[in-house]
Design a protein around this ligand. Sequence first.
Ligand code: PLP
Ligand code: COI
Length: 341
Amino acid sequence: MEKKNIDWANLGFSYMQTDKRYVANYTDGKWDEGGLVDDGMITMSECACVLQYAQTAFEGLKAYTTEDGRIVTFRPDMNAERMQGSCRGLCMPELPKEQFLDALDQLVSANAAYVPPYGSGATLYVRPFMFGINSVIGVKPADDFQFRMFCTPVGPYFKGGVKPLTIRVSDVDRAAPHGTGNIKAGLNYAMSLKNITDAHQKGFDENMYLDPQTRTKVEETGGANFLFVTKDGKVVTPKSDSILPSITRRSLVHVAKEYLGLEVEEREIYKTELKDMAEAGLCGTAAVISPVGKIVDHGEEILLPSGMNDMGPVTKKLYETLTGIQQGKIEAPEGWIRVIA
Ligand code: PLP
Ligand code: COI
């Protein structure tokens, strides 16, 4: 298979239409068989539930080319399961895990020419999503739903790749107590658009959201979980019911313990502890691990000792081990890699 003529090394994190996408429809209380289609446009009622009441959830995962030329995906069963949880939270039907994985295999195989080559620094980002499609005017869930999965080749989520980021402590809350912060609902991202636009205008790369109840504990950013390294070399990551359970973060916890022999704590992290951290990073499918160099809390600057030029040493080891596993250079734990081709 011949690869597309794309400048892989200079891709940003943006949408490029690929050849095929997967569509399945839920009507009369059941999913159809689903399959690949050419058309990337969607036609629906002006009164579709997703358009009026934002009944939609999504996922994000990546396909990689390994050192030995295979195309693989990373822990897609976890995305399938998390999506089922998001759907339950939004009164949408669960897509069976087997259908999700089959859709992924079909989608990535059909778009293999868009999977960036090994060593290019780019990856194929896969975006599964589901939404209520029939017209609904009173506030209630839709009856009919569409599940889709498309893919697009991407470069780093943050411009500058692995250059340390500057983030600010947000005045806006991302998720209400007992709300939807722990599911991947589109509405969580809609509410963050004004805040991220404001952050960018003021020169920050991301917002650090605090716990909505007390505003004293670190939660996550708009699109990634946090990972910190303490001065005595411990990896610490926030535990909270209102953050998205990141698959990258859960994988890194395993990597830190089992591959690097590090001590890991998942616990509440107070904002007052930030000044004592040695390293900080944002972790997620899109972010991979993006180092944080500076945290600004209303004029007070916290400079991480790892600085503004490079990743801290522990973050770097975590990054290299995780990406090594994803690219087939380091043996993966059982079940983490799904070979597509
Ligand atoms: N937190 C938020 C709000 C996200 O949007 C994402 C991205 O999916 C993550 C965390 C990281 O999750 P994952 O590692 O599963 O991609
Ligand atoms: C992902 O990492 O897959 C996400 O969904 C985050 C989003 C901000 C791109």
